[in-house]
Design a binder for this molecule. Structure first.
Ligand SMILES: [Zn+2]
Ligand SMILES: [Zn+2]
Length: 125
């Protein structure tokens, strides 16, 4: 059993209540409700440890700083939606069929990544 600091507990709670990929700043804002003295350097340090422990997984979007999601979410094949206004990233359920039809003749697909861009429900209104 590894030692759980209050900081790490607060960061874990932030992931569980958000249920979507979070940036270090979003994690800081959420976890500060439990640990007001938390700072961004501690968040980064804790995130690194949590990645090493395979508890969270980085979510890379082209040209952006990494966000993180729980390993339990990362293990399911899914894609992401990024809001262009609040810049929040959300999980999408499901996938699309027919990607192989896009391949030039003779090509073999080994994977795919899909990111949808737009406005989230809150920002749309
Ligand atoms: Zn938004
Ligand atoms: Zn997919």
């Amino acid at each position: 059993m590894q030692r759980q600091t209050p900081q790490r507990k607060a960061i874990e709670a932030a992931f569980h209540s958000a249920a979507r990929p979070l940036s270090p700043q979003e994690i800081l804002d959420a976890a500060r409700k439990d640990v007001p003295a938390l700072n961004l350097a501690t968040v980064y340090r804790t995130l690194k440890r949590m990645v090493d422990d395979r508890e969270i997984h980085p979510v890379e979007l082209p040209g952006e700083a990494a966000r993180y999601e729980l390993q339990s979410a990362a293990e399911y094949h899914h894609h992401h939606f990024r809001c262009g206004k609040c810049r929040a990233v959300f999980d999408l359920k499901g996938c699309v069929n027919g990607l192989k039809k896009l391949l030039p003749s003779g090509f073999r697909m080994t994977g795919h990544d899909i990111i949808l861009y737009g406005l989230c429900k809150t920002c749309r209104t």
